[in-house]
Design a protein around this ligand. Structure first.
Ligand code: AP5
Ligand code: ZN
Length: 214
């Protein structure tokens, strides 16, 4: 399947992705994770992306379209994929359509993580991540077995630089202005399924599974 996950910061895209990936054996491409890795490695891409990311603004369409175009060439991404955090603007959605048209492929489903803004601050400010695997924890909602430590590897967890209440405001603003129109773009194609993203993680997983099996 070819899937897109769209939702505001903290809506649960990164939490559900690994579960969907394990179940459907897809390639998982998260532009935010790829950009953070580039920033950490100080690559030319990372240097260009860093400032916008720290401010909670979107990185330029050209940069992210370039990353996705490159990543989609991987053999594991030919039969299906999960896009987490892309496309985030209508321009990115149009570029993705062009890429898929060349392969004679199309998007099967867009999962819309619908949730009220008011819930997101607590989720974002309590989040801890294991950078190399992308595993996500939350001090209250999904605590690791040992505080500050990844359950699987025992390596330390970190907090994202953009996970402050203040930067969240810009990220939400970018979501409403630039990304919500992408949901309308796909609604017109009849491929959007909306989830109750405010529910506990396991219930959201059940909704995802029922959408994908229908
Ligand atoms: P990105 O990394 O994509 O961040 P985001 O969209 O802001 O989304 P988050 O990762 O914050 O949220 P999530 O939905 O994955 O939440 P999670 O599951 O972790 O992008 C970062 C930046 O990169 C952007 O600001 C931009 O600068 C740049 N960028 C990326 N893509 C771009 C693009 N295409 N174009 C331009 N720029 C781009 O959950 C959050 C927390 O809540 C966790 O602690 C989790 O444990 C907890 N939680 C999850 N689900 C539940 C639940 N159901 N109940 C209770 N708690 C839950
Ligand atoms: Zn995420």
């Amino acid at each position: 399947k070819r899937l897109i996950l769209i939702g505001p910061p903290g809506s649960g895209k990164g939490t559900q992705s690994p579960i969907i990936k394990d179940e459907y054996c897809l390639c998982h491409l998260a532009t935010g994770d790829m950009l953070r890795a580039a920033v950490a490695a100080k690559t030319p891409l990372g240097i260009k992306a860093k400032e916008a990311m720290n401010k909670g603004e979107l990185v330029s369409d050209d940069l992210v379209v370039g990353i996705i175009d490159e990543a989609m060439k991987k053999p594991s991404c030919q039969k299906g994929f999960i896009l987490d955090g892309f496309p985030r603007t209508v321009v990115q959605a149009e570029k993705l359509d062009e890429m898929l048209q060349k392969q004679g492929a199309k998007i099967d489903k867009v999962l819309n993580f619908a949730i009220d803004d008011a819930i997101l601050e607590e989720r974002i400010t309590g989040r801890w991540i294991h950078p190399s695997s992308g595993r996500t924890y939350h001090t209250k909602f999904q605590p690791p077995k040992v505080p500050g430590v990844d359950d699987v590897t025992g390596e330390p967890l970190i907090q994202r630089k953009d996970d402050t209440a203040e930067v969240l405001k810009s990220r939400l603003d970018a979501f409403h202005r630039q990304t919500e129109p992408v949901i309308n773009y796909y609604s017109k194609k009849g491929v959007v399924a909306s989830l109750h993203a405010e529910k506990p993680p396991k219930e959201v997983t059940s909704e995802v599974k029922s959408v994908l099996s229908s």
